[in-house]
Design a protein around this ligand. Structure first.
Ligand code: SF4
Ligand code: SF4
Length: 280
């Protein structure tokens, strides 16, 4: 279990605990802070890679100090976790409103609206969440004049399944931890959190509560899974003609599983993989 499961989930998966979706967790003061962050002064995507490259080159003690500070702040304000599609389904079972909106990472990095992000709430009329998502000028100027499209659970899940086929992995997000208000479909080139976490060794998201494993007897060595893994976790044995997943690198997104026509990949609890059990 990740530390949020212990702190906010009573030792179970924290993002499956409905109380973490209650807007009562989002006080007016916290809401204003988030509106300020995402609305008036969104986290600057511009120059972030250059800034992080610079930090990567800094002396060790400065790197440790700055990375620690960033991670602590993000854990309080806006932190995520990779979730496989079956847990997306479970989340959709108990939330009462889902809105599709632009992904702020892609807006900041590509300067384009890409509607990969979903606001989720227990509240059927989530004004608090809308006020966060609609804050950025241009960010939410899509087909709906208010910038967010209300979607049914079925339609949202169908989109997530399509995104999974495209190789995007799913992640849940806090908006003032532990309040969970969003779920997204991410890939490494465009997702700032994945860049921070994977490229710059400054985690802003946890790995999933799972790791993937191949069934050697079923694998035919087609390598399709290697093509979609965003985390470089899958190797290939030329002598055995089989894929091999390194549990220490695996984020447990399950995207490889969805492209394996042999059904040769399973997800198992991270706790059952000793090499990965304590890697988040
Ligand atoms: S996609 Fe499946 S069958 Fe193909 S290499 Fe990967 S695990 Fe093996
Ligand atoms: S090997 Fe792990 S990280 Fe890579 S696609 Fe599969 S589940 Fe995701």
């Amino acid at each position: 279990m990740c530390e949020f499961c212990m702190q906010h989930g009573e030792g179970k998966k924290w993002y499956l605990d409905a109380k973490n979706y209650g807007e009562d967790l989002l006080s007016d003061a916290k809401l204003r802070k988030l509106q300020h962050l995402f609305g008036n002064h969104p986290p600057s995507g511009e120059g972030i890679h250059e800034q992080m490259d610079k930090l990567d080159q800094a002396p060790g003690f400065i790197r440790r100090l700055m990375r620690g500070k960033i991670v602590r702040n993000m854990k309080k304000l806006h932190y995520g976790q990779i979730v496989p599609i079956e847990d997306v389904e479970r989340i959709f079972e108990f939330v009462n409103s889902i809105v599709r909106t632009s992904c702020i990472c892609r807006y900041l990095t590509l300067k384009e609206e890409k509607r990969y992000c979903y606001g989720i709430s227990l509240n059927p009329n989530s004004e608090k969440l809308s006020s966060i998502f609609q804050g950025v000028e241009g960010f939410s100027s899509g087909p709906d004049p208010k910038g967010t499209e209300v979607v049914s659970k079925e339609a949202a899940l169908a989109s997530f399944r399509e995104h999974e086929k495209e190789g995007l992995c799913h992640s849940v997000w806090t908006f003032a931890t532990p309040f969970i208000g969003g779920i997204c479909n991410c890939d490494r080139p465009d997702c700032l959190a994945m860049q921070m976490t994977v490229v710059h060794n400054t985690p802003t998201m946890f790995r999933a509560e799972y790791v993937a494993e191949t069934k050697a007897t079923e694998c035919n060595g087609c390598r399709q899974c290697m093509r979609v893994c965003q985390f470089g976790a899958i190797g290939y044995s030329a002598s055995q003609k089989k894929a091999d997943i390194d549990p220490r690198k695996c984020y447990g997104c399950g995207i490889c599983r969805s492209v394996c026509k042999q059904d040769a990949i399973i997800l198992k609890d991270r706790a059952q993989a000793p090499a990965a059990a304590n890697i988040w």
